[in-house]
Design a binder for this molecule. Structure first.
Ligand SMILES: *Cc1c(COP(=O)(O)O)cnc(C)c1O
Length: 430
């Protein structure tokens, strides 16, 4: 390493001079045309026919899954997936504390108790060994999230699923373009749930404002999801073929979670560029992480070897070793910010066991009827959580940083960004 310049925080020149690194722009005109076409046709409601059905077929093919259904949100995609796999009152659902409430709220509202687990420090994804220790005869699902598009260890979770006969519900809200062992995740697991929330390039990898998708390779899961929340879908009864779903009338179980066609029209345009955007973000990750890799006490977080995808939503992760660095992660971020290097943290956005509702429990439906307070439908008394229950996740929470990933970064940005890290590491370690 060359002799470092004076830190910007001490009055030196900032290392990063490019403040708008993202050069990619979303195709607004194409989005407008797609929306206006449907408006002019008057095709702005309905499901199971016309454009919404075409979109489902397109995403189904894209994902390699057998079945695909669109819904109004990622959260309802996940809720309907829990229903599909048979989660109900008195069940337990294992999910990482470094998680997100949307990944398991659906199970909670179906009467199941979330049981939190640790993450694998290498990838920051749910740790299959820790999950296995928490499986009981009440475990009805394992809910895993492919954070930032990094794919959970699908081999290990597939084995657990088989050995204990527990379905895996994948929160793929960040992972529409993610692969495992060369195949799209939709073709790998049993059931995957995607969100269409936000707007490109910062929204979910496939964004249409609000919306969701479920893909599955299991006919029964498909029919259960249809019966649960696709009120008045065209062709519903023809699609309900298995016992007991085939005996339902055309209003089935009555919930209506269908997607808005205009949201799907925007997502359909974004699907054209999704593989390109994913490839570019991965290339950015590779260049950045290779630049950082030789720095002491700074560890770029790579995904498992069977999946190269990352940074598709919410950025890339870097873990510090503050004891060796001799500086707190908070100070490290502050010094980097002065260099013009945008870094968020330290900390994960979410530590689910530290929320008041889960620490103290909560009377969900009132009158003492709750999967997270006292006893409920065969569940043992709820014990709550406290600081220290998840030492691996809590330790990482104190020293994990997030950096953005870009599709078309301005020329020279990566070099400037890496230089900022080099400067700061070299200076603070003295
Ligand atoms: C966005 C998101 C969801 C839920 O999606 P919505 O469409 O916002 O309901 C679930 N899990 C994760 C990890 C998410 O980021």
């Amino acid at each position: 390493m060359s002799i470092p310049d004076t830190l910007a925080i001490d009055g030196g020149e900032p290392a990063v001079t490019i403040d708008e690194p993202e050069g990619w722009q979303r195709p607004v005109e194409a989005e407008k045309r797609a929306v206006l076409d449907l408006l002019e046709e008057g095709a702005i409601s309905g499901a199971g026919r016309g454009f919404p059905l075409e979109f489902e077929e397109r995403f189904r093919e894209f994902s390699g899954a057998e079945y695909c259904l669109t819904v109004d949100h990622g959260s309802t995609a996940i809720e309907s997936a829990f229903y599909a796999v048979g989660v109900g009152p008195g069940d337990e659902v294992i999910t990482p504390t470094v998680g997100y409430i949307g990944a398991y709220a659906g199970a909670l509202h179906l009467g199941a108790r979330p049981v939190f687990c640790e993450i694998d420090p290498r990838t920051l994804l749910p740790d299959p060994e820790d999950v296995e220790r928490r499986i009981t005869d009440r475990t009805a699902a394992i809910a895993i999230t492919h954070w930032n598009g990094r794919v959970c260890d699908m081999d290990a979770f597939g084995d657990l699923s088989e050995e204990y006969d527990v379905p895996i519900v994948e929160d793929a809200a960040h992972a529409h373009a993610s692969t495992w062992d060369g195949a799209h995740i939709g073709s790998v697991g049993d059931i995957a749930c995607y969100s269409l929330q936000g707007v490109a390039p910062h929204g979910k990898p496939l964004a249409g404002g609000e919306g969701g998708i479920v893909t599955t390779n299991d006919r029964e899961y498909y029919e259960r999801q249809l019966s649960y929340c696709h009120l008045h879908r065209s062709g519903l009864n023809d699609e309900l073929t298995l016992d007991p779903y085939e005996k339902l009338d055309w209003e089935a179980l009555g919930l209506k979670y269908r997607a808005h066609p205009l949201a799907l029209a925007i997502a359909d345009v974004e699907l054209d560029s999704m593989r390109y955007r994913a490839r570019r973000r991965i290339a950015y990750r590779d260049e950045l992480f290779r630049g950082l890799e030789d720095l002491p006490d700074v560890r770029p977080v790579w995904p498992y070897g069977k999946s190269e995808t990352d940074g598709l939503y919410g950025g890339l992760k870097i873990v510090l070793d503050p004891d060796e660095l001799g500086v707190s992660p908070e100070r490290f971020v502050e010094v980097l910010a002065a260099e013009g290097a945008p870094v968020r943290g330290p900390g994960f956005s979410y530590m689910e066991h530290r929320r008041t509702v889960f620490e103290e429990g909560y009377d969900l439906w009132g009158k003492g009827r709750s999967p997270i307070q006292g006893e409920f439908c065969g569940l043992p008394p709820y014990e709550g959580y406290e600081e220290g229950d998840f030492p691996v996740s809590e330790d990482l929470d104190r020293r994990v940083l997030t950096v953005s990933s870009y599709i078309e970064p301005e020329d020279g940005f990566v070099d400037q960004f890496v230089h900022a890290f080099e400067k700061v590491v070299e200076r603070v370690r003295r």
